[in-house]
Design a protein around this ligand. Structure first.
Ligand code: TYM
Length: 332
């Protein structure tokens, strides 16, 4: 008998065009895993409204993100690509899991603390229960692996705790998922402040690269990346700027840090930065070309989203019904 393929699931918030950090930390692994596993990938638009967004902008970003997911190489015929709000079971299970999560546990989430500090004028309950909705996203599909960047590790640990707790009360029900975090690229740093994670919400545009940036823009941003005064390319905690560029170069080219150090021995940062920019532009070129084609084909994107939602609804609807039965809801 053929062995059942492992299930892989991950989502990204449609809060704008993804950065090189999103891409190298998560999205590139999604594409890689989609060749081997039974995959579901989504855009977390319910999560995105924890930050106020004008309605037209939210809609545009959702369509943009959908186009990017396909443009980067996910095949909608093979993987289930969907929009979270098209699958009501996410919100349903999210609420249920809120009731199996302690206030203290949610309060310990570092992303909640960071985001609450950043959006002090809008510390809404959604921001606080964000990780339980994320747990619902994962547990609805019995995911084995969840490819994410380093910053989502704590949320994955909470998801595992919630699943184990529920299973402890009602008997084995949820699959307890494993995070999949790449050895390299899991935490790409800001180009301007390399002690901070690269993020598209950074007010300094030069601190991040967007996956749809043109080669010219990529060159400009990498040329202005903060390094140090040593003019020597090697990986070290004491050289966060250079090490970050080495990590980016390494993930794009497959070269090891030793090979990179040898390649640039005796050469200055100018040469190094040119090579990094070229490698990044080359890596993102197919995505950008494909995105420009797809974004004008709204009918095709809508068709794909419908197909994805149908598949996702079938699985998620079944899980939430079974889960409610376990809990003892009146069903007929
Ligand atoms: P989001 O939308 O902030 O980011 C999407 C993915 O990109 C990774 N990432 C990074 N990786 C490396 N370096 C960086 N600088 C960097 N910045 C972001 C993130 O770790 C993430 O994998 N809560 C999630 C979305 C989500 C989700 C889920 C993920 C909702 N439901 C279920 C997995 C499973 C988030 O906000 O990611």
């Amino acid at each position: 008998m053929e062995e059942k393929k492992k299930v892989v699931l991950s989502l990204i918030q449609p809060t704008g065009v993804p950065t090189l950090g999103n891409y190298l930390g998560a999205l590139k692994n999604w594409v890689m895993m989609s060749k081997e596993y039974d995959c579901l990938f989504g855009e977390a638009d319910l999560h995105a409204i924890t930050v106020r967004t004008p309605p037209a902008e939210l809609k545009k970003r959702c369509l943009d993100m959908f186009a990017i997911l396909i443009a980067m190489g996910l095949d909608p015929e093979k993987s289930t690509i969907f929009c979270q709000s098209h699958v009501p079971a996410h919100a349903q299970l999210g609420w249920i899991l809120d009731c199996y999560t302690q206030f203290g546990e949610a309060s310990r989430m570092t992303q909640f603390k960071d985001k609450a500090a950043k959006h002090a004028d809008n510390v809404n309950l959604g921001l606080f229960t964000y990780p339980t909705l994320m747990a619902a996203d994962i547990l609805l599909y019995n995911a084995d692996y969840v490819p994410v960047g380093d910053d989502q590790k704590q949320h994955l640990e909470l998801t595992r705790d919630i699943a184990n707790r529920f299973n402890g009360i009602y008997g084995d029900f949820f699959k307890v998922p494993e995070p999949f975090i790449g050895k390299k690229g899991a935490r790409i740093m800001s180009l301007q402040e390399p002690d901070k994670k690269m993020s598209k919400s950074d007010t300094n545009q030069k601190s991040f690269i967007l996956v749809t940036d043109s080669p010219d823009v990529i060159v400009r941003k990498i040329k202005s990346a903060i390094t140090d005064s040593e003019a020597s390319v090697y990986y070290s905690e004491s050289k966060p700027g250079v090490s970050n560029l080495m990590e980016i170069y390494s993930v794009c080219t497959g070269k090891t840090y030793e090979q990179i150090t040898d390649e640039f021995a005796g050469r200055g940062y100018g040469d190094f930065k040119s090579a990094v920019a070229e490698a990044v532009a080359e890596e993102l070129k197919p995505l950008r070309t494909e995105y420009e084609k797809l974004i004008n084909d709204k009918a095709y994107l809508t068709e794909c989203a419908k197909k994805g939602a149908e598949k996702a609804n079938r699985i998620a609807g079944r899980t939430v019904n079974k889960c409610m039965k376990k809990i003892g809801f009146w069903q007929y």
